[in-house]
Write a protein of this length. Structure first.
Length: 635
């Protein structure tokens, strides 16, 4: 099954940990582990049973009494649940794990047994009768008086009835969000609108899904808290999926006042090292990692290590291309600036005719002059909302006003993430300009033609280049672009800091989006099948739109929300405790992940909020990732 098919029917993990008050030491730990992949009438799965077997083995290792079942009908599932009921006593730890198909209907989630019938048009409510309600399952376990309840769902988010050639209209897209009341922890292996990658390629030999192969060693590690497991899963899954260009964004929602430790055996022996990977698998894995770089040293090391084989020949070709001198540029690439959209109510950027600044006459707006590097006098005379471009191929820049703002989301903001606080006042005291648009393919291609950007030319998904936003660029690629831009102009171009990005996105507002508390697809490009606030469903374009689409915010910036995720300078830190308050980047912590802001063309609108945060490894390239630039100005 090819990658495109896997993206359509891949497994996604949803781990839900429900916790009630419990004694310091539970009397017994019981688990029911089920894997279903041989479905009679709906799309079969490949790794659900393998995943369940692996999880069951680990749970036995760490002291759980395990009841297991494979490819169960509804009757057989009920029988196993009965055994589970009888095994649970007051104060026990009860864990339920299910790998298989799951669907959402009218806001509720249902697990599917193997004898689930193919749905006919208009018969979606059959799911309520034949599917197993997740909320009913939770209530059933709670009635047994367990001290700690853990429910792990590894369920297919995509339509399991796709083999009929139709999408069941009444079914929601993927599994729905599980409400997280106080004492609840929710961990999702992929965010809304995404699929979790089942395997890295058609020849990936690992018997388990990408999510499960990361989960198992974490369950084996003694003493990890639920938050530590969540964070390590986020890093591991993102990095592994990123090696094949797939974006998988694990998310968690923590309402647990204390700490959950699944493997409490502090003195447990360290698990044996995994069996050696066969040479071909190791070669493919290293080749995928090398593809994320343009480093000649990395490619040479790959060749030296493996010596021969078709991938080595491909590596030699790549090394030769990187080592070859760049062709001379005989003509200057021309980047056509996107047409301006006049918006009623925005003040003009033109200074009054005859005005002066430091003795320099200001008779026209800088934005209307021929692109050229600003003189020191021009730079000192810039005011808020002035626009300029410093070369024909440079991004159009907008001066952002100085000021202070409250960064992060209030605790009552709908669907806020736990890492969006605590709120704090940030003062933007250094004058800077921001790219009016995200960087376009035309601007990126000009960098490559001019000898920059490490010669990397990302694909465009056949949607066109020009004014379309550049995508499939990593944080490292974005840094290469701003380095080239700085070299060409002699000025200080860079990425925005996270605080600068949110300040620019809010543009003086305090609502989740600069235009208000809800969102529509006439305001931004995202997954219109999903809603936020009082917004209604709209168009799901499934592709990027030109960088000058929609209207700009009050600072004059386009598409701060949606279309492509935007890389910023900062390292990811879980929350704002001790974060800088002067608008500078937070780079004093572990920088194995860098931050992304703004959401993308296929994001849940909750991820487009001004306060929403995401992150990925610095070398990760994805069709959802882009960026915009900043320029430090002379005071």
């Amino acid at each position: 099954m090819g990658l495109s098919r896997l993206l359509g029917y891949g497994l996604v993990g949803l781990m839900v940990m429900f916790v009630t008050c419990a004694p310091a030491l539970a009397e017994k730990r019981v688990a029911l582990v089920i894997g279903n992949d041989r479905y009679a009438s709906v799309t079969p799965l490949r790794k659900a049973v393998n995943d369940a077997r692996a999880v069951a083995a680990v749970l036995k290792e760490i002291g759980f009494e395990v009841i297991s079942g494979e490819n169960l009908s509804r009757r057989e599932l009920n029988r196993k649940l009965g055994e589970f009921d009888q095994a649970i006593g007051p104060g026990d730890t009860a864990l339920f794990y299910f790998a298989g198909h799951g669907v959402a209907l009218e806001g509720n989630n249902y697990l599917l047994s193997t004898d689930m019938e193919q749905l006919q048009p208009g018969s979606e409510n059959t799911v309520k009768d034949e599917g197993y309600s997740v909320s009913g399952l939770i209530e059933r376990i709670a009635r047994r008086g367990a001290g700690i309840q853990i429910v792990v769902l590894d369920a297919c988010r995509d339509n399991p009835f796709a083999s009929s050639g139709r999408r069941s209209v009444g079914l929601d897209r993927g599994l729905g969000r599980v409400d997280t009341p106080s004492g609840t922890f929710v961990l999702m292996a992929a965010g809304a609108g995404q699929s979790a990658l089942d395997r890295l390629s058609d020849r990936d030999p690992d018997p388990n899904s990408v999510f499960t192969r990361q989960l198992i060693p974490l369950l084996r590690t003694p003493g990890l808290s639920h938050i530590e497991i969540a964070k390590r899963l986020q890093t591991g899954v993102r990095t592994l999926a990123g090696t094949v260009g797939h974006s998988q964004q694990p998310a968690y929602y923590d309402e647990v006042p204390g700490t959950i430790v699944i493997n409490r055996a502090a003195g447990a022996p360290i698990p044996p090292a995994p069996a050696a990977v066969d040479p071909e698998t190791a070669m493919r894995s290293d080749f995928a990692i090398a593809q994320q770089t343009n480093s000649r040293a990395v490619w040479q090391a790959f060749i030296d290590r493996y010596k021969s084989g078709f991938l080595v020949e491909a590596a030699r070709e790549r090394l030769a291309a990187l080592s070859a001198p760049l062709p001379a540029v005989t003509t200057t690439p021309v980047v056509t600036a996107p047409g301006k959209i006049e918006v009623a109510g925005l003040p003009p950027t033109t200074r009054p005719d005859g005005g002066t600044c430091n003795g320099v006459a200001q008779t026209v707006s800088l934005g209307s002059r021929a692109p050229s590097v600003l003189t020191s006098s021009e730079e000192r005379c810039l005011k808020a909302k002035d626009e300029f471009r410093e070369c024909a191929d440079c991004p159009e820049m907008v001066v952002v006003p100085l000021g202070s703002f409250t960064m992060g989301s209030p605790v009552n903001e709908e669907k806020r993430g736990s890492n969006e606080g605590p709120q704090r006042t940030v003062r933007i005291g250094t004058s800077f300009a921001v790219g009016k648009f995200t960087v376009s393919f035309a601007e990126w291609d000009a960098c490559v033609a001019g000898g920059g950007c490490n010669g990397y030319r990302p694909e465009d998904e056949d949607w066109g280049r020009g004014k379309m936003p550049v995508t499939k660029v990593s944080w490292e690629d974005a840094k290469a672009y701003v380095a080239w831009l700085s070299m060409v102009t002699g000025k200080s171009y860079r990425l925005l800091t996270e605080a600068e990005w949110e300040y620019a996105a809010r543009a003086g507002t305090t609502t989740p989006f600069w235009w208000g508390p809800s969102i529509s697809t006439s305001q931004a490009n995202y997954d219109g099948n999903l809603t936020y606030g009082n917004g209604k469903k709209g168009e799901f374009r499934k592709r990027t739109v030109p960088v000058d689409s929609f209207v700009p915010n009050p600072f004059g910036l386009y598409q701060m929300h949606g279309n492509v995720w935007q890389w910023v300078e900062d390292c990811f830190v879980d929350g704002y405790k001790n974060a800088p308050t002067d608008g500078s980047a937070n780079t004093i912590h572990d920088c194995s992940s860098r931050l992304l802001r703004g959401g993308s063309r296929n994001s849940d609108p909750v991820l487009l909020r001004s306060a929403a945060r995401d992150w990925n490894s610095p070398g990760a390239r994805n069709y959802l990732f882009g960026f915009r630039v900043a320029r430090t100005l002379t005071p």
